[in-house]
Design a protein around this ligand. Structure first.
Ligand SMILES: NC(=O)c1ccc[n+]([C@@H]2O[C@H](COP(=O)([O-])OP(=O)(O)OC[C@H]3O[C@@H](n4cnc5c(N)ncnc54)[C@H](O)[C@@H]3O)[C@@H](O)[C@H]2O)c1
Ligand SMILES: [Zn+2]
Length: 454
């Protein structure tokens, strides 16, 4: 068995505030039932909604007078700087740190052993349970859930909490894909339970279960906007689960692996991620890929700097995903959108920072060979849009803008992780890994991008 240690540190975030916002008590709270169901103070979700409506970012600190608002601020975009205006609420300013192992192994016996854990509650993804019933039915205390990107929400957490079993054990184990591990780890943080993650998709193994980001979506305000940094006791990566995962999800997960290799600028590793790596050299390569993410999150556990680079390819990906989800129930998978987003971000980097064109060609040829890059026709079907319509480019652009209420799309700039001419993540003059991009640059690249998909 191979083991990688991930170190984490949660610090007082007050110094990161670039401005302060005085949070007001909601006049007509609408979500008190939901707040109660999640055992949050009754106005908490209304405070969250207020912050989304005002489009507050992660670096705007909240001045709060009410503990309920303090709690909301601690889960808004995984926590914003907090300052109290009364004695009723005191923000936690202690620094806490720790370390957890990610174990990578091929023996089913290791999984069998953990399934026998006493005083432990298991949360299992319904599809995983169906595919592995013989193995998983022996577990004593379990909650089997149907979860997808569409119900990855506070309502889902409320549903979990309605099950009386959630209070019984202090040790939880989550077995499933990234949607389930993100939700269960967030639920564990709210209830202060210890959680072990057992990812069952490739994407969750190399990405979602590593790094302590937990959370749910808050429609219509976007993906993963509510959550916390909460670190598991352990992550257990068993390759065996992948034998029942469908090809689309395997390919999607492969794109996140490619993203890690691209960020590292490791051409050798990139080459190894060809069609057969999952069957031929899984343990060795998965360890390398997890290590790349671990190195980045160890430097910046709560995403104040370099961790933002892990969002490479995700600005366009999120816009494609939300367009596709609004169009049809058969929507783009996250990993499929990320594959497209990586190529787009490479092309944008060519345009703005002279990222080498041969490098983009290398990555897209690898994706095409392993069928992880969608074709233009497939993308058009998932979006329900003609790719070369100006309206399509404008709509996607609007989704990439930080300020969703911006009336003039042409004046806004959206935020992107780009690669420079050396092929490494670009740092702006303001010392940020997120660079501004204009609509003109976006649109020009979009035209080239859709040509390149065929
Ligand atoms: N926390 C993070 O840092 C982080 C990083 C990347 C992605 N994510 C999140 O991860 C989520 C995507 O995760 P995902 O790609 O694992 O999707 P997923 O959890 O939806 O799983 C994909 C599908 O495969 C099924 N499944 C899972 N394992 C299976 C198995 N072994 N056999 C058969 N079926 C199986 C699931 O039921 C689901 O239908 C997104 O919500 C994304 O935001 C989080
Ligand atoms: Zn991702």
């Amino acid at each position: 068995m191979e083991s990688i240690n991930i170190y984490w540190k949660k610090q007082n975030t007050t110094q990161y505030a670039d401005r302060w916002f005085e949070v007001e008590r909601p006049l007509e709270p609408r979500h008190q039932e939901l707040s109660k169901a999640i055992e949050l103070p009754s106005d908490c979700i209304d405070y969250l909604e207020q912050a989304f409506q005002k489009n507050l970012n992660r670096t705007t600190g909240w001045e709060v007078s009410d503990p309920s608002a303090g709690l909301a601020g601690s889960i808004y975009k995984r926590g914003v700087p907090l300052r109290s205006t009364t004695n009723a609420f005191k923000p936690n300013t202690d620094t806490v740190e720790g370390c957890y192992p990610v174990e990578v192994f091929s023996e089913q016996s290791v999984i069998e052993k953990i399934l026998k854990s006493e005083n432990t509650l298991f949360f299992i993804d319904q599809n995983v349970y169906d595919a592995w019933q013989k193995l998983l039915s022996k577990i004593k205390s379990k909650i089997i859930v149907t979860v997808s990107e569409k119900n990855k929400s506070l309502e889902f957490i409320a549903e979990l909490f309605r099950n009386p079993q959630v209070t019984d054990n202090d040790q939880w184990i989550a077995i499933g894909g990234g949607v389930l591990t993100d939700c269960v780890a967030f639920a564990a943080s709210l209830k202060n339970k210890k959680v072990t993650l057992v990812p069952t998709t490739l994407l969750a193994m190399v990405d979602a279960s590593v790094g302590g980001k937990t959370g749910v979506n808050f429609p219509p305000y976007g993906k993963n906007q509510i959550g916390s940094f909460y670190f598991p006791e352990k992550v257990m990566v068993w390759s065996g689960w992948l034998s029942t995962l469908d090809q689309r999800n395997l390919r999607g997960g492969s794109n996140e692996c490619i993203k890690h290799a691209v960020l590292k600028g490791d051409d050798q590793l990139l080459k190894k991620l060809n069609t057969d790596w999952i069957t031929n050299d899984f343990e060795g390569l998965v360890k390398e890929l997890i290590n790349i993410k671990a190195e980045i999150v160890n430097q910046d556990p709560t995403e104040k700097g370099v961790r933002a680079t892990l969002n490479f390819g995700h600005t366009l990906a999120h816009a494609l995903e939300s367009t596709s989800q609004a169009h049809s129930d058969d929507y783009l998978l996250h990993g499929e959108a990320v594959g497209l987003g990586i190529i787009f971000a490479c092309m944008l980097s060519e345009e703005i920072l002279q990222y080498p064109k041969e490098q983009t060609a290398k990555i897209s040829s690898l994706m095409k060979k392993s069928h992880t890059l969608l074709k233009a026709k497939e993308l058009s079907t998932y979006l329900g849009k003609k790719l070369d319509d100006t309206a399509t480019s404008i709509d996607l652009w609007k989704l990439t803008l930080h300020d969703k209420k911006m009336t003039s799309y042409e004046n806004g700039e959206s935020a992107w992780v780009l690669l420079d001419e050396q092929g490494i993540p670009h740092k702006t003059a303001k010392n940020s890994y997120v660079a501004p991009v204009t609509y003109q640059q976006f649109d020009k690249t979009w035209r080239r991008f859709i040509e390149a998909l065929d």
